[in-house]
Write a protein that binds this ligand. Structure first.
Ligand code: SF4
Ligand SMILES: [Zn+2]
Length: 146
């Protein structure tokens, strides 16, 4: 990763009060306002952090520079994770419930794991229900020819 221009020293997200804090022993990691969701962090909490980050970005002294930087990342096909230059990503939608057990499911590609939800394993089904209905056959196994 290339070093950021030194103007970024002025960035709001780089000021001591907003920098990530190393957790003490036994403490959970506390994400910064800008970071993507961490496992088991409720979506409502991620959303609340990001809203605050967006407001802070709007008043950031290097907002324009940051927006150019973000555009450069996107042009290079790099995925921007979390809030950058006042733009917040979409939260994954909890789309459906498992057809087997009814637990809410989040999309497979989501990097955020909403609390109390399971990942969709196959068409609106969680992994355990899929396994239970397919006698442990793995997802994608082809039926044998008669
Ligand atoms: S605009 Fe936002 S993400 Fe960019 S440097 Fe400023 S505070 Fe950080
Ligand atoms: Zn299920």
């Amino acid at each position: 990763m290339t070093a950021l221009p030194e103007q970024f020293d002025e960035a709001t997200c780089r000021q001591p009060e907003f920098r990530p804090r190393r957790p003490d022993f036994g403490e959970r990691y506390v994400p910064t306002l800008w970071e993507s969701g961490i496992p088991h962090e409720p979506l409502s909490e991620v959303s609340r952090r990001w809203d605050r980050a967006v407001v802070l970005c709007r008043h950031c002294p290097v907002l324009n520079l940051c927006a150019q930087y973000a555009d450069g990342l996107i042009e290079r096909g790099l995925k921007v994770d979390g809030v950058i230059a006042g733009v917040r990503p979409e939260l994954p939608k909890v789309q459906m419930s498992c057809r087997g057990c009814g637990v809410p499911l989040y999309p497979r590609q989501s990097t955020i794991r909403p609390a109390g939800c399971k990942r969709e394993y196959a068409s609106a089904t969680c992994r355990s229900c899929w396994d239970a209905n397919h006698n442990g056959r793995s997802h994608g196994a082809r039926p044998r020819a008669p």
